[in-house]
Design a protein around this ligand. Structure first.
Ligand code: ATP
Length: 535
């Protein structure tokens, strides 16, 4: 993940050099989770929160970031569709005893190495050079999203609430439906899967078995596919993934599930995707099944990072689905530290992390939105940076470099996926920034934009539309645009670039429609434009 960084691509990251050194007297010191516009300021960074309270109880889950997630424990098949999305096979519970002793042996015993003779030519020394360094990771896989931990610090109350709602299943009764909300990386899936595993294991000793079916609705996103998947899981292998009338698929699932006494919990992760794509029919049908079933009982756990999606539901579905709502608030820096500490004990060799590393990773992730996935990614990336620099210790500098690279990757992705017109607007801003100084106004951008458009024979938009595109670029964090007062000359919008020039330009020019700009020279045009403005 930490690739694609250019030498000059290092960006100002949000936590200052002094952030941690200022914390020496504080045992629990973490960075204050209050950020200035460009990150945690030096001032705020020298104040440390030691509170264990959640930094934010705000369940505002407007964040709709989605990603492919971990696999179903033991199967590697996250959505049950036969694919192993993360390609990790069945790596959810990895063997924590695995270590790199083989590599260490080689590195520590150069005599036994086939390349140990100093007279041998340099060819073949490639790996030896890397092996000479003591390993940093003892098991890197546990830092990846595909690993499901069996302890989840700071999620006791959510886990207990889930368990309380599901315990009737162990008595053969119908458990309440549950809706789980929270922003990305707040442990919703990890907690739900943990509870599901415990439930299934406990039910092995009871008369009536419980089965939890996990479905990721980002992949299985229509009623047909959900029902077909469920029918197949309950033994109806003959149900195709397309082609039957939906009623027939429903009947197949109904009969299969009701063929014996049992309790089935259908866990629909990213449930908002299902509802957005194909409405609430699936939820309606699943939630009214119990009144017709003779032997089996079905309940639903829905997981979403978009709290708004319930507005799309029929009120009957909404009330039946939301019998129990559980909110997963973002983690604060203290909580992320605990999560990282726990994971790092398995992931890293002893004593390779310097003291600042975990607090700094936690502080960066808390400053964004309390995302544990992000914190774990950063810790892993920092370890990889250290590994590449062939040191045997991960330091604060490695974390900062990893953070820069992650941030740069984010920007590259944002720029790459912009529509062509936005890329042209951004390119115009880059041209102006390079030729005429960091700050510019909308008129200057528009004039350069029309020149750029004619250079590549692209229709140009109106100035009003271009102003809208600049605002969108501002929202994406690619440019900074502020309205400044010019006294009696009124107000004007001042625009500047928030991303590294070379890297951004490179990504824009990858777009074949804009590639011709590589050779174009706008310096004269920009200069005459500025002369006009001055005049
Ligand atoms: N309390 C915790 N303890 C240990 N690890 C955690 C905890 N919370 C989250 N994680 C880890 O953080 C990563 C993201 O968690 P998870 O996938 O459960 O988030 P999520 O809320 O479902 O996110 P999304 O909405 O993006 O799907 C996983 O690697 C998970 O193991």
């Amino acid at each position: 993940m930490a690739n694609g960084a250019s030498e000059d691509g290092a960006m100002e990251n949000g936590v200052s050099e002094n952030d941690l050194s200022a914390d020496e007297g504080s045992e629990d010191g973490v960075l204050a989770n209050e950020s200035s516009e460009d990150g945690v300021s030096d001032e705020s960074a020298s104040k440390y929160e030691v509170s264990d309270e959640d930094s934010s109880e705000d369940p505002d889950s407007s964040n709709t970031v989605t990603r492919t997630r971990s696999s179903n424990p033991g199967t590697g098949d996250e959505d049950g569709d036969g694919d192993d999305e993360d390609g990790d096979g069945d790596a959810d519970y990895v063997d924590v005893t695995r270590n790199l002793s083989e590599e260490s042996d080689l590195s520590q015993d150069p005599v036994s190495s086939p390349f140990s003779d100093s007279d041998t030519d340099d060819e073949g020394r490639l790996f030896e050079e890397f092996l000479e360094v003591d390993p940093i990771f003892s098991d890197k896989e546990v830092l990846r999203p595909s690993y499901t931990p069996n302890k989840l610090p700071h999620r006791d109350s959510q886990v207990n609430t889930m368990a309380r709602s599901l315990v009737p299943a162990l008595r053969g009764e119908t458990p309440s439906n549950i809706l789980i909300y929270g922003k990305t990386g707040t442990g919703k899936t990890a907690s739900a899967k943990y509870v599901a595993n415990e439930l299934q294991e406990t039910s092995e000793d009871t008369e009536i078995p419980c089965k939890v079916e996990y479905i990721n609705c980002e992949q299985v996103d229509t009623q047909y596919r959900v029902l077909a998947r469920l029918a197949q899981e309950f033994g109806r292998d003959d149900v195709p993934m397309t082609g039957w009338p939906t009623d027939r698929v429903y009947d197949a699932f109904f009969e299969a599930v009701d063929s014996r006494e049992r309790v089935v919990v259908v866990m629909l992760d990213e449930i908002d995707k299902l509802v957005e794509k194909s409405g609430d029919d699936t939820l309606y049908n699943l939630s009214r099944m119990n009144s017709d079933l003779d032997n089996a009982r079905v309940s639903i756990i829905g997981i979403s990072n978009d709290v708004q999606f319930t507005e799309l539901l029929d009120p009957r579905v909404r009330s039946s689905l939301g019998e129990e709502d559980i909110v997963f608030p973002p983690y604060n820096a203290n909580q992320l530290r605990d999560i990282l500490e726990q994971r790092s004990e398995i992931a890293f060799e002893d004593d390779v992390l310097s003291n600042d590393v975990i607090p700094l990773c936690a502080a960066f992730a808390a400053k964004e939105h309390g995302d544990a996935r992000r914190a774990l990614d950063l810790l892993r990336a920092a370890g990889e940076v250290a590994e590449r620099s062939k040191t045997d210790r991960v330091t604060e500098e490695h974390v900062r470099e990893a953070q820069d690279r992650i941030e740069l990757n984010r920007i590259v992705e944002v720029v790459r996926t912009l529509p062509a017109q936005s890329k042209v607007v951004l390119y115009s801003i880059i041209v102006l920034a390079q030729e005429a100084g960091a700050k510019m106004n909308t008129g200057e951008v528009y004039n350069t934009y029309t020149r750029v458009c004619s250079e590549i024979s692209m229709d140009s938009l109106t100035q009003r539309r271009v102003t809208d595109l600049i605002s969108e670029l501002d929202m994406l964090g690619v440019v900074n645009s502020v309205v400044v007062s010019k006294g009696r000359y009124g107000r004007t919008r001042e625009i500047s670039l928030s991303v590294p020039v070379d890297e951004t330009k490179r990504v824009i020019l990858e777009d074949s429609r804009l590639a011709a700009l590589d050779d174009a020279n706008f310096a004269d045009a920009v200069q005459s434009r500025l002369d006009d403005t001055d005049g």
